[in-house]
Design a protein. Structure first.
Length: 623
């Protein structure tokens, strides 16, 4: 049996990025159980990389090459929620702290030239989105990569949801909100005046991806006036959209543009797996050559993703993986045609696990088709298996076909794993997304129930051994499942889940920032919708829960309160229910520290083994 730690150890390679001129890569790699920044010289065949960041108590959460010799990176402290922006040279010298940010912060982009509105001397800089002036409203700060000098590049008046910059790092586009409506603002070249490009109705948006050849043209993923988001070319002066590519079944949300050749290369979308629509023959041929080279090296039918490339686009870094293989990163030199492995993400795992993942479709009780995935321990075991239902978080996200360590861990223990992209999941168009609005604990929960009934009808699951396990919104679904359909589930696990919608929505409503006006229409209003929200809150349904429950939560969780989780545990205990709990004071929304993650999953394994039996063992073998 593969050790549990092998699934949940930090990766040996991640977030690989080429230096602007190629020749070197930066990547994140675990060292002493923390994610650190490493640099590797690609010209040295045996160079394993050198560690250039150092902290035993914090992870590097993000980084950027600023020049060929200088990088900036963000240290994230789970315990204090503080982020520290640091910089270092490629050889590990001249490492320095640039700035501390007290609240949530993220790197946005890099600029290397003089900004028209600034008086700086052309020092390379990075843009950081952070709530520097007031909480829950993110300004854009420019931080010098050498001096650490901070200036506010753009102040958020309170309505900005997203910032977008041009190639020089100038803020040129913003997406904002007015109540439930969204709008796009553009600042034309050589002006300081913002002008509105277009305003969109509730549920509509044209999300900028990148600028085109002309500064007035931007490629967007737009669902304005349609169900499925498609790739469009938007004229910022006129607001006119031209559809470039659309798919009849799913949203088109990603694309790639060549800065060097000034042309659109491909669109990327997900059906049951990642798919490409190529617009450029040269890039298509490159993908085909990479696929063939990997096939020749016995990497069968991988999903490819372009991760990084040099400024002249002659060198690429790609990731190849499959549902039952965590994959590896490869360096591609298109000049020589050479392809070589940089490193496996988890070299301690077998290249091919025994599990098999299949796309499925479940018909909901109202006729809506619900997509999802069924993972089986191997190709032989397909009937009367103990099954774990794993609803994704969000809810406005989705499950995909790629490697999922939780899923593969459960399959390695002999469990079938059912994942459903219930209504409200993103990627399947507006109608599917909006079918989940204000349906927390209602139609969304019915989709989960209908998925379990499908698995039982197909004979996949043993009806006496079905568990439900979710994180965040998935944890909320797990608790609702235990309360609303107690006859279905043998046990359930809520990891950082919500137990009381009324208190959750009512606490610190300003934390929603520009999205605040959307919350009543997407989830509900704690005053006007009290009856419905109470009926969808596990804390008001605790009497119905009969099966054993495992609840895990972090004390610093700012999204879902640990106090509420503790109250819910006490409520269940006073009712005589079997409750296992794990509370860790120094963790946030989901356990980030490797030792805490492994501790949680070891308890999860023990909990499921006790209440489902271990793997394909008979029900009578439960401990």
């Amino acid at each position: 049996m593969i050790p549990l730690e092998a699934f949940f150890r930090r990766p040996a390679a991640g977030a690989v990025a080429l230096a602007p001129s190629g020749g070197s890569i930066a990547f994140l790699k675990s060292h002493r159980s923390r994610m650190r920044l490493w640099i590797r010289d690609l010209s040295a065949a045996k160079d394993a990389g050198r560690l250039v960041s150092g902290s035993d108590d914090r992870d590097v959460s993000d980084f950027r090459w600023v020049t060929d010799d200088r990088l900036v990176y963000m240290h994230h402290d789970v315990g204090s929620a503080q982020n520290s922006l640091c910089a270092v040279n490629r050889d590990g010298t001249n490492r320095r702290l640039l700035s501390h940010f007290a609240g949530p912060s993220s790197l946005l982009s890099v600029g290397t030239g003089r900004l028209e509105e600034s008086s700086d001397t052309g020092e390379p800089f990075v843009l950081v989105q952070t709530d520097l002036r007031r909480s829950h409203v993110s300004d854009l700060c420019r931080v010098g990569a050498e001096s650490g000098t901070i200036t506010i590049a753009a102040r958020n008046p309170g309505f900005v949801r997203q910032w977008f910059t041009d190639s020089a790092g100038k803020v040129t586009l913003v997406v904002g909100t007015r109540g439930p409506r969204a709008f796009l603002l553009w600042r034309p070249p050589k002006t300081d005046q913002w002008q509105q490009v277009e305003e969109y109705g509730f549920g509509e948006i044209a999300r900028p991806l990148f600028f085109g050849k002309e500064s007035r043209t931007v490629f967007v993923s737009s669902n304005a006036g349609r169900d499925k988001a498609c790739l469009c070319r938007l004229d910022l002066e006129t607001g006119r959209e031209e559809v470039v590519f659309e798919h009849p079944e799913v949203d088109v949300e990603q694309a790639s543009y060549s800065r060097r050749r000034e042309l659109l290369e491909f669109a990327m979308y997900e059906t049951d797996r990642a798919c490409y629509r190529f617009f450029d023959d040269e890039v298509k041929e490159r993908f085909v050559r990479i696929q063939k080279s990997l096939q020749d090296s016995e990497v069968k039918n991988p999903e490819l993703r372009l991760c990084s490339r040099s400024d002249d686009e002659s060198q690429w870094v790609v990731h190849a993986g499959r549902p039952n293989w965590r994959g590896a990163y490869y360096h591609v030199d298109h000049g020589t045609g050479a392809l070589r492995e940089i490193g496996k993400v988890s070299p301690w795992l077998p290249d091919v696990l025994d599990s098999v993942t299949e796309p499925i479709r479940v018909r909901g009780r109202d006729g809506l088709s619900i997509p999802g995935y069924l993972t089986l321990p191997d190709t032989e075991k397909r009937h009367s298996l103990p099954m774990v239902v794993v609803p994704h978080g969000g809810p406005w996200s989705r499950d995909s076909s790629g490697f999922n360590p939780e899923v593969e861990f459960l399959a390695s223990r002999g469990y079938a794993v059912l994942r459903l992209n219930y209504r409200g999941s993103r990627g399947y168009g507006r109608r599917f997304l909006e079918a989940g609005y204000r349906q927390w604990g209602l139609a969304i929960q019915d989709d989960i129930t209908d998925g379990v009934l499908w698995a039982l009808q197909e004979g996949v699951a043993d009806p006496s051994r079905v568990a439900i396990f979710g994180c965040s919104f998935g944890g909320y679904i797990a608790l609702c499942g235990l309360a609303k359909t107690p006859e279905i589930f043998s046990c359930g696990v809520s990891y950082a889940g919500i137990s009381n919608l009324l208190t959750w929505l009512g606490k610190e409503p300003e934390r929603w920032g520009p999205y605040g006006a959307l919350v009543p229409r997407m989830i509900g209003d704690p005053v006007r919708d009290e009856t419905r929200l109470r009926a969808g809150s596990p804390s008001y349904l605790a009497d119905r829960i009969k099966a054993p429950v495992f609840i895990a939560h972090g004390g610093l969780d700012r999204r879902t309160s640990m106090d509420e989780a503790m109250k819910f545990v006490e409520m269940l205990r006073t009712k005589g229910r079997r409750v296992t709990y794990l509370f860790i004071d120094g963790e946030g929304h989901g356990f980030q520290r490797e030792e805490n993650r492994i501790h949680f999953y070891s308890q999860l394994e023990e909990f499921l083994g006790e209440h489902l039996g271990k793997g394909d063992a008979s029900p009578d073998s439960r401990e």
